[in-house]
Design a protein around this ligand. Structure first.
Ligand code: 4NP
Length: 153
């Protein structure tokens, strides 16, 4: 079973949503994946996702309310097959801590999708529409990522 870790800054907006979206799509396709998410920062460890993201995801039939934030750990680089950051800043932070002999592929999540933008914008300081934009991008990214797994793994 492939193991996937989504990473953003706080692990309360983008990466928990990515976790929920990919889990829902994988289930629909009958694909068995282990999916988690984590933040490069530790400010929100133990917290549920941002209420605004819980609500936006729930409107699409995805329940992320029981997920809890955690910080990326060194061991994740050996535990997961794919570590998928949301933006280039998350990518850079991961590469700074990534051991050279890691077992995981570290790659921008939206590189697997067909969207023009390859970064998932941080919705934390913006309005409600930012959360919809993030979910739209994540849904496209998830389709592309699962297509990739079906073809290559
Ligand atoms: P996320 O959004 O990285 O998508 O979870 C953020 C959430 C919280 C903070 C920054 C980004 N923060 O600075 O607390």
């Amino acid at each position: 079973m492939k193991k996937v870790l989504f990473v953003c800054l706080g692990n309360i907006c983008r990466s928990p949503a990515a976790e929920g979206v990919l889990r829902a799509q994988a289930q629909k396709r009958g694909m068995d994946l282990l999916i988690e998410s984590a933040g490069t920062g530790g400010w929100h460890v133990g917290d549920p996702p941002d209420e605004r993201m819980i609500k936006a995801a729930a409107e699409r039939g995805i329940d992320i309310s029981k997920q809890r934030a955690r910080q990326v750990d060194f061991s994740d680089f050996y535990e997961f097959d794919f570590i998928l950051p949301m933006d280039r800043s998350n990518y850079a932070d991961l590469m700074e801590m990534a051991p050279p002999n890691r077992d995981s592929v570290v790659k921008l999540f939206l590189d697997y999708g067909d969207t023009k933008t390859k970064e998932t914008p941080d919705p934390y300081y913006g309005g409600a529409e930012g959360f919809e934009t993030v979910l739209d991008l994540l849904e496209r990214g998830a389709e592309g990522f699962l297509d990739f797994l079906e073809k290559h793994e």
